[in-house]
Write a protein that binds this ligand. Structure first.
Ligand code: FDA
Length: 306
């Protein structure tokens, strides 16, 4: 009950526009540095190099969401393009993750489509894969529609399916003909019980169902979780169905369970770390606090120490 109240509270804060603005002004505070690798691409390059040296692959995310002007969307697009070029230039083992609301989705379909095409052209030239993160339910259908359109034109693009949504199984089935590269997650936003499973145990069951389904379909599957129970289940499916190791990978967030990330890499699984960076860290940070009370304790301890 208490956990649910805290989750709702932090998810509510994650969408507060005034606090978002203030956070941009004051830099990574209150423990955010544990989850957000740096403010600029130059700062994050060293973090990627260190992870790569430990046999960990990376996907970077230039933070930003729910922007409302064409100029901001253009600026974000240029930042993503700069990051793609830096990955190639420095020969880093890294992909890119993007949020469509940061590229103008709330302004118009034309703007977000044009920005994604600009990004994917550079991504293909530089052989860097781009994953479209999945945001809240209000953007889900449009994200999938845009993904399908882009997939007709580009190879280097994938997206995300959230296990908490009732629709996820059907979405995987519908996407099957595109042979999509999908990241499967539990889902991080506050959704109503009309569209999403309210109980954690149902989310976990559905997560297992879609992991098995997508792996057996023969499509590339990134299982993004810190949950041992889901990780063990995935390993079992990989063994039982002889899924080739180059058809799947595990993913975890930067700063969360680094020892488990190393363990999976040592066991021979491809392990990718999602590394966020940039000034717009607030919404991302609040969602991490919502996920786990221990993250809040960590932050409080950090504040006491200062
Ligand atoms: P959950 O939070 O249910 O935790 C299960 C168990 O994992 C815990 O009980 C504990 O045992 C262990 N655990 C979790 N955190 C731990 C910690 N800090 N230390 C020790 N143990 C810990 N969401 C979304 O909606 N759209 C998206 O595009 C993405 N993208 C994305 C990329 C990547 C790489 C990841 C890892 C996650 C996302 N997510 C996401 C977020 C995702 O939906 C989800 O909110 C979080 O991953 C938390 O769910 P878990 O599966 O980790 O398990």
């Amino acid at each position: 009950m208490m956990e649910m109240m805290m989750r709702n509270f932090f998810l509510f804060l994650s969408k507060n526009r005034m606090l978002t603005k203030m956070s941009k002004k004051y830099g990574r505070r209150f423990g955010a540095a544990r989850f957000v690798a740096g403010e600029t691409i130059d700062e994050v390059v060293q973090v990627i190099k260190n992870l790569n040296e430990s046999n960990l692959s990376v996907t970077i995310d230039h933070l930003g969401e729910f922007i409302s002007s064409g100029e901001e969307a253009n600026e974000m697009t240029l930042q993503v393009i700069k990051a793609i070029k830096a990955i190639r230039h420095k020969q880093l083992d890294s992909q890119i993750s993007v949020k469509l609301t940061s590229l103008g989705m709330d302004i118009s379909n034309e703007i977000v489509m044009r920005n994604m095409q600009r990004i994917l052209r550079v991504a293909e030239e530089n052989d860097v894969f781009v994953t479209i993160d999945m945001e809240d339910y209000a953007h889900c259908q449009r994200t999938l529609d845009l993904f399908k359109q882009l997939k007709k034109e580009f190879h280097h693009v994938g997206t995300v399916i959230q296990a908490y949504l009732y629709r996820s199984e059907k979405d995987i089935e519908d996407l099957r003909k595109y042979s999509p590269h999908l990241r499967l997650v539990k889902g991080a936003y506050k959704e109503s019980k009309e569209v999403a499973y309210p109980m954690k145990k149902d989310v976990d069951e559905n997560f297992k169902k879609i992991i098995k389904m997508h792996l057996i379909n023969g499509n590339y599957t990134a299982i993004a979780t810190h949950d041992d129970q889901i990780i063990e289940y995935t390993k079992q499916i990989i063994r039982e169905h002889k899924i080739p190791t180059d058809q799947c990978e595990f993913q975890m967030l930067y700063g969360i369970r680094p020892e488990k990330q190393m363990e999976l890499a040592k066991q021979g699984y491809k392990m990718r770390v999602y590394v966020p960076y940039g000034g717009d860290w607030y919404g991302y940070f609040m969602r991490r606090l919502a996920e786990r009370p221990a993250n809040v304790l960590f932050v409080l301890k950090g504040m006491m120490r200062k």
